[in-house]
Write a protein of this length. Structure first.
Length: 89
């Protein structure tokens, strides 16, 4: 049985957004904040988790990551805002 996987969006210290996938969300965000996550986030710390989705497989999470990366910044911000609204309800 495959582990749950996550597609996530981080807000970087410079206001930019970074999208990735992982099987351990908490550890991955900590890795990014330690400067060991990705080349992009290394110089844009600290990062904050602003959005995530849960999937049954790594493959599904990777597909969603690719789809999110194709979105415009405006669309990503709308997605984040809508996602956070749903989590608060």
């Amino acid at each position: 049985m495959e582990k749950q996987a996550y597609t996530y969006v981080l807000k970087c210290a410079d206001g930019s957004l970074y999208t990735g996938y992982t099987t351990d969300l908490e550890a991955r965000v900590a890795t990014h904040n330690a400067g060991k996550g990705a080349k992009y986030t290394k110089t844009r710390r600290p990062v904050e988790l602003v959005y995530y989705e849960v999937f049954a497989s790594k493959n599904e999470a990777m597909k969603r990551e690719a789809a999110i990366k194709k979105l415009s910044r405006t669309k990503k911000l709308e997605m984040i805002q809508n996602g956070l609204k749903e989590k608060r309800d």
